[in-house]
Design a protein around this ligand. Structure first.
Ligand SMILES: O=c1ccn([C@@H]2O[C@H](COP(=O)(O)O)[C@@H](O)[C@H]2O)c(=O)[nH]1
Length: 237
């Protein structure tokens, strides 16, 4: 699996997605989320794989263990490189997800990596306290979910850059820290609450960054992608 910036393909159709990707002359790491997957289904993942891209299928499953396990068994056959669930579903749900994924992975294929969403990067500490009634700091809540995910056998978590260092300390270097909420200096935050630049992400211990609108809304997506990739690889501020 590559560790280049993961481009969030938040588009409504295959046509728009492929049109967007056509201007890139290299194989990328891309993310298919709910918007695109719910319109196009598994065929969009087959297509992206055929084009040589690594695919993170970001469906954030969250349900009872039996349902998530069965869903993962089916998802395994689609051939994504990475899938995810919400850690809030609990340890038993995460274990069922891993078992389902293992059972569904075809002979001779690698099991996709599986990671758990901790607290969404659109959530602020204030919101977590008032809406989820968690009387801890946001960092403590994220770390708690990361440790639970590690105990359950997950390959890593989705968190913000602000929590990456503390997760690395507790869960180790090999445990994936996939961080959305990436913005270039001066970029709009949109609906994200916990944001950081690619360089800060690298220095903080993110193993992968996820970038959507900073690239997809850019007047020159290819130039912006390479700008972000350079900052990410060099780790400058
Ligand atoms: O906590 C999370 C989990 C997932 N995401 C996803 O990442 C991208 C970010 O898009 P931007 O346009 O760069 O904000 C998007 O697809 C989210 O669904 C997240 O942002 N935070």
């Amino acid at each position: 699996m590559k560790n280049s910036p993961i481009i969030a393909l938040d588009f409504p159709s295959e046509e728009e997605t492929i049109g967007f990707l056509n201007v890139f002359n290299e194989s990328l790491f891309v993310k298919v989320g709910m918007e695109l997957y719910l319109q196009e289904g598994p065929s969009i993942v087959y297509k992206l794989k055929e084009l040589g891209h690594d695919v993170f299928l970001d469906l954030k499953l969250h349900d009872i263990p039996n349902t998530v396990g069965s869903a993962m068994r089916g998802l395994a056959r689609i051939g994504a490189d990475m899938v995810n669930v919400h850690a809030a579903g609990g340890e038993a749900m995460m274990q069922a997800a891993i078992e389902g994924l293992e059972a569904g992975t075809l002979a001779g294929q690698k099991r996709p990596k599986i990671i758990a969403v901790t607290q969404l990067t659109s959530t602020s500490e204030e919101q977590m306290k008032t809406e989820q009634l968690i009387e801890r700091t946001l960092k403590e809540s994220v770390l708690n979910y990361a440790e639970l995910a590690k105990t359950a056998g997950m390959d890593g978590v989705v968190c913000s850059v602000q929590e990456a260092a503390v997760i690395r300390e507790s869960c180790g270097d090999a445990f994936l820290k996939v961080t959305p909420g990436i913005r270039l200096d001066g970029g709009k935050n949109h609906d994200q609450q916990r944001v950081a630049t690619p360089a800060v992400a690298r220095k903080s211990g993110s193993t992968h960054i996820v970038v959507g609108r900073a690239i997809t809304n850019s007047a020159d997506p290819v130039a912006t992608y390479f700008d972000i990739k350079n900052w990410w690889e060099a780790g400058f501020e």
